[in-house]
Ligand binder design. Structure first.
Ligand code: C5P
Length: 406
């Protein structure tokens, strides 16, 4: 079921008494971590209300093809592109016939033509309708089109008949849906990433910060989500869009980042990647009003901020902990020291003395060090570096290399 984490499932509901079970199916899919959007045919709305499905899925339910309001939100083509899987449960005999013959006369049938995602159907109908040669011919056409057919089960039916035509139970359907996704490198893992700078206020208009753009952390969040992980991104003040399928928390000060990080680690996560350039010090006092330039000198007393990544690696629910080290000289030896002092599982280190890598640049080149080994990732875009780094982290984490864990 962990393969459903972050997956986008478009659940199509067609007209049949089994439609009430689709409500339970939404729950099952969501509990497994999927993002579910529901599309209902007009006859499905006779059996269960869109409001019920909306309340359960937490998203507006789509029912008509040419509804200007719905199209203004997420249009039908966008919806078709959004889906990782289109699951139609229950699929009526009528819908199977329309799908087999490529009809596009309502929203759901149009979406099925417009999507590049795999389609699965869970037929549900009276046993005589299922056995009818027309339905059986349609079934063959659908199978030829590589549409997955889940069920039907056999047993007593709502109409009193006994035989094949019952929709599979929601739990079986959720399991089958999960089985349609490959196991990925970080399937089932919760990855937490800090990114960007922090901002430490001097007075209401001035602050201390650094040159971090957040690009490396955001690229890592994207790569981790693409590798199947559930991703939490704790971002300092940056102007970057949130990557797809990533849950983002914005923070400003190091103390806020510390609190947000410890909060997720307390709840439990598998991997913590600390790319943020956390301000080491903050002004001891933040002036309530703008400091006036009356004197020749102003003295600021700075006090140390907590070390977030060190606190995470010392935590009793310690995840696999990865640090970053941006240095301008003796890059590898400083990083080696931080790996040991902060008791990290891994550290990625880069030279930020030039302008073509590191802070603000779109490129990076890093040396990754872990207890007993290292790997050089030569100059490449931050997205490519992020992908390679995520692969390395996934491999090291799954081999359980936690030298410092007690
Ligand atoms: O000690 P230094 O700041 O060079 O260490 C860099 C690593 O430590 C980075 O992974 C950074 O995110 C993390 N760090 C932290 N909290 C701090 C300072 C640094 O998590 N207060």
């Amino acid at each position: 079921m962990e393969r459903l984490v972050n997956k986008r499932i478009l659940l199509g509901v067609t007209g049949g008494i089994a439609a009430y079970k689709s409500a339970e199916l939404v729950r099952r899919l969501q509990n497994a971590g999927a993002d579910v959007r529901v599309v209902m045919t007009s006859s499905a709305c006779e059996f269960i209300t869109p409001l019920t499905m909306q309340a359960l899925s937490g998203n507006p339910v789509h029912t008509t093809l040419l509804d200007p309001e719905a199209e203004a939100g997420m249009g039908h083509i966008e919806l078709a592109r959004w889906a990782d899987l289109v699951l139609i449960a229950p699929a009526s005999a009528n819908f199977m016939a329309r799908l087999a013959h490529g009809h596009a006369n309502d929203l759901l049938s149009t979406l099925c033509l417009a999507t590049g995602a795999p389609i699965a159907i869970a037929p549900a109908m009276n046993q005589q309708m299922w056995a009818d040669p027309a339905t059986q011919r349609n079934l063959l056409i659908l199978q030829e089109k590589a549409i997955r057919v889940l069920g039907p089960a056999s047993g007593s039916q709502a109409c009193g008949d006994i035989g094949p035509g019952r929709m599979l139970e929601p739990e079986e359907l959720a399991l089958a849906a999960a089985g349609m996704f490959d196991h990925q490198l970080l399937t089932g893992r919760h990855v937490v990433i800090t990114a960007g700078p922090t901002r430490e206020a001097i007075d209401p208009v001035r602050y201390i910060t650094n040159k971090s753009s957040g690009k490396m952390g955001f690229a890592l969040a994207e790569a981790a989500a693409e590798a199947g992980a559930r991703v939490t991104l704790i971002a300092g003040p940056v102007s970057l869009p949130t990557p797809n399928r990533v849950q983002r928390f914005d923070v400003v000060r190091a103390l806020d980042m510390y609190e947000a990080s410890l909060d997720v680690v307390n709840k439990g996560c598998d991997i913590f990647i600390s790319t943020a350039a956390v301000a080491d010090y903050r002004p001891m006092i933040t002036a309530d009003h703008k400091i006036k330039k009356s004197t020749e000198e102003v003295h600021l007393t700075l006090i140390k901020n907590p070390d977030i990544v060190a606190a995470v690696s010392a935590h009793e629910r310690r995840p696999f902990t990865v640090g970053f080290a941006a240095e301008t000289r003796d890059v590898v030896s400083y990083a080696q020291g931080k790996l040991e002092n902060k008791k990290l599982d891994m550290i990625a280190t880069n030279d930020v003395s030039g302008s073509n890598v590191g802070f603000n640049s779109d490129n990076n080149a890093v040396t990754v060090i872990w207890p007993g080994g290292h790997k050089v990732l030569p100059l490449a875009s931050k997205r490519q570096i992020a992908k390679q780094l995520i692969e390395l982290i996934a491999i090291r984490q799954s081999t359980g290399n936690r030298q410092f864990q007690e």
